[in-house]
Design a protein around this ligand. Structure first.
Ligand code: PMP
Ligand code: GLN
Length: 414
């Protein structure tokens, strides 16, 4: 194995998706995906494309992004950022947000460059930085002291001094994920300004993973880093059709930013997959056009989805509280971290021999109780894994009956 991949062998997804296949838990709240159908007009769009008279929709399309799709993406974000975005030079479509992240990181990070990552972080950032020869510098969000009652993701905050201390001349990139997976934190304007000022001071490129941009709960607001003064020039923002339209299996993502940065992503993309799937891009373009036409209205999916999910979030939280656990109420995204230490004394985890307690707990739960979650230490660097060992991540973009099933499983077991 090449040196640059050493240490990246383990993947929580590979391990836990296999675990679910092996033990078939009655309720799988592990990997994040909806267990109910996406909006009908989205699947209709794909059917329409499949049967279209235009047979070229089944052939290669433009490498940096299918024209109809990059046009739709540029139109949407031009509106949201209040700036004219060039569809051909400032947008790239990719194989999921994963490839957008990969092209951004590999396209900018050089041997010895430092990349600042906030913990908890979506786990693929670290191996991507290492592959590029970069060095990760981690800064954890910490739960405020003396929070009364049930905490919210807003109670997890950065220490501004600790944040400032990791910036230096070697810092090349800052990776921000808002709304955050797995915590659900939606960064406030004040928090973004602190990060933006440091990025400007140290001439750092800001990568914003905003795949959950539409999944934000009242009264929180998603603020795009690229809209802050002086940030467009140094920000690359990443999105995902999987999250935007509830079609994670379509694996379509995008990145947008200034043309002089986007050329670097385009170069990685052209020399890796060269072009993405045409029918999926056409169907996502049709879906964006539909939402653009009804943007701001009640039935626009971007507004109806978080409303629907807010009720599921509250159901999930209640089920966990009733089971004696202590959830962290997310402000965005469709995951919930929950502290299971209040019930730890009732479980004997000695049959599991993983290094970290959350791995033991989640495996034991899958095997013995039939409820699967994800161990959140997977989203931390080794020195900070202790911050997450008492937690488990559950996904709640599930049918109400399946959230109820999780509640029933927990009740019965208690
Ligand atoms: N970033 C975050 C924060 C995610 O949760 C995910 C999970 N899907 C991705 C990126 C990757 O998205 P995609 O499935 O579009 O590759
Ligand atoms: N983003 C999803 C999650 O966090 C899926 C991860 C994956 O497929 N690797 O669960």
């Amino acid at each position: 194995l090449p040196k640059r991949y050493q240490g990246s062998e383990k993947s929580v997804w590979v391990e836990y998706i296999q675990l679910a296949l092996d033990y078939k838990p009655a309720c799988n709240l592990g990997q994040g995906f909806p267990d109910y159908p996406p909006p009908k007009y989205v699947t209709d769009a794909l059917a329409q494309v499949a049967n279209s008279k235009n047979c070229l929709l089944h052939q290669y399309t433009r490498g940096f992004g299918h024209p109809r799709l990059v046009n739709a993406i540029a139109k949407l974000y031009s509106k949201l950022l209040n700036r004219e975005i060039n569809p051909n030079t400032e947008v790239l479509t990719t194989a999921g947000a994963y490839e957008a992240l990969y092209s951004t990181i590999v396209g900018h990070v050089d041997e010895g460059d430092e990349v600042i990552i906030i913990e908890p972080f979506f786990d693929c950032y670290e191996p991507m930085v290492k592959t590029s020869g970069g060095v990760c510098r981690f800064v954890p969000l910490r739960l405020k002291k003396n929070v009364e009652g049930i905490p919210s993701s807003a109670d997890w905050v950065l220490d501004p001094k600790e944040l400032e201390s990791v910036f230096n001349e070697k810092t090349k990139m800052f990776i921000l994920n808002t709304p955050n997976n797995p915590l659900g934190k939606v960064f406030t304007l004040a928090e973004l300004v602190i990060i933006a000022d440091l990025c400007k001071k140290w001439n750092v490129l800001c990568v914003c993973d905003e795949v959950y941009e539409w999944i934000v709960y009242r009264p929180n607001k998603h603020i795009r880093m690229a809209t802050l003064p002086g940030m467009w020039e140094r920000t690359i923002t990443i999105g995902s059709a999987g999250k935007t339209f509830s079609v994670t299996g379509w694996k379509l993502g995008w990145a947008y930013g200034p043309a002089d940065l986007m050329v670097n992503l385009q170069m990685i993309h052209q020399n890796c997959v060269y072009t993405g799937t045409t029918p999926i891009q056409e169907a996502v373009a049709i879906s964006f056009e539909k939402e653009l036409a009804r943007f701001g209205e009640e039935d626009c999916f971007f507004f109806s989805l978080p409303k629907e999910l807010e009720a599921k979030r509250d159901k999930m939280a209640k089920a966990l509280i009733d089971a004696g656990m202590k959830p962290v109420i997310p402000e965005g995204g469709y995951f919930m971290l929950t502290d299971w230490s209040p019930i730890a004394s009732t479980i004997d985890l000695s049959s599991e021999n993983d290094q970290y307690k959350d791995y033991k707990f989640t495996k034991w739960m899958t095997k013995n109780i039939g409820l699967q979650g994800i161990p959140p230490t997977a989203f931390y660097s080794a020195p900070h894994k202790n911050l997450a060992e008492n937690y488990v991540r559950y996904c709640f973009i599930k049918k109400d009956e399946n959230i109820q099933k999780a509640a029933d499983i927990l009740q019965k077991w208690r």
